[in-house]
Ligand binder design. Structure first.
Ligand code: CA
Length: 229
């Protein structure tokens, strides 16, 4: 899953190492040497994840994490703390502050990539087992069941994943390319019109319970899941 990752780290060598490895893993990088600089970046565009050094000059990593969590706009951004300290109390403080995970220096690139992947997966709602509902439509990832107005809806595996993604990201327009990335995965080559084929199948499956209108076409842009027409 390619993501935009903001690395806040004041040591250039570590900053470089992290940036190199995350780019190799296919991610987009944003870099800051201080929390102050990172605030400016976050104001411009929200990253998908923040890799945050604990010990920074000026505003500390812990304080930066606290501020991100205190702001409604940035509250949801996953944070991984980087630290030279392996102290258990520090770890607890970091997690209480709202960090999703914690990596102790020195770390291997492989370990860092694995943590980033795990946190992204955990924080991407379509990867969770939470039951999602939109209008009369309900999807239960654990049992792999979909019902419309209480009636079972029969879906193939791709339509199921597509519906799951759309339901966990409602009221937003997704381009075909975005849907391919999110539902089919970034390493799979599929043509964009494949998305249309599966959207058609999904609507057909939702027709008997009259919920096909939840899947809306946004002309020239893509698709949107919405309970309001
Ligand atoms: Ca530092």
């Amino acid at each position: 899953m390619p993501a935009t990752i903001l690395v806040v780290e004041d040591e250039p060598a570590i900053q470089e190492l992290i940036a190199y490895n995350l780019k190799q893993a296919g991610h987009q990088l944003l870099k800051a040497e201080s929390a102050e600089q990172a605030f400016g970046i976050v104001q411009n565009a929200l990253p998908d994840l923040v890799l945050l050094d604990w010990m920074l000059p000026g505003i500390s990593g812990v304080e930066f994490a606290r501020r991100l969590r205190a702001d409604r706009r940035t509250r949801q951004i996953p944070i991984i703390m980087l630290t030279a300290r392996s102290d258990e109390q520090d770890k607890l403080t970091g997690l209480e502050t709202g960090a999703d995970d914690y990596v102790t220096k020195p770390f291997s690139p492989r370990e860092l990539n694995a943590r980033v992947k795990a946190v992204l997966r955990r924080r991407a709602p379509q990867m969770t087992d939470d039951v999602v509902r939109i209008g009369a439509l309900e999807l239960d990832p654990a049992s792999h069941r979909v019902t419309g107005g209480g009636q079972p809806v029969d879906l193939g595996p791709t339509e199921f994943r597509l519906l799951h993604f759309l339901m966990t990201h409602p009221e937003r327009v997704h381009s075909r390319a975005q849907l391919l990335d999110q539902v089919w995965g970034d390493h799979v080559f599929v043509e964009e019109r494949t998305v249309d084929v599966h959207i058609r199948r999904l609507r057909k499956a939702l027709e008997p319970c009259r919920l096909d209108t939840l899947v809306q076409t946004v002309r020239g842009t893509g698709y949107r899941m919405s309970a309001t027409t």
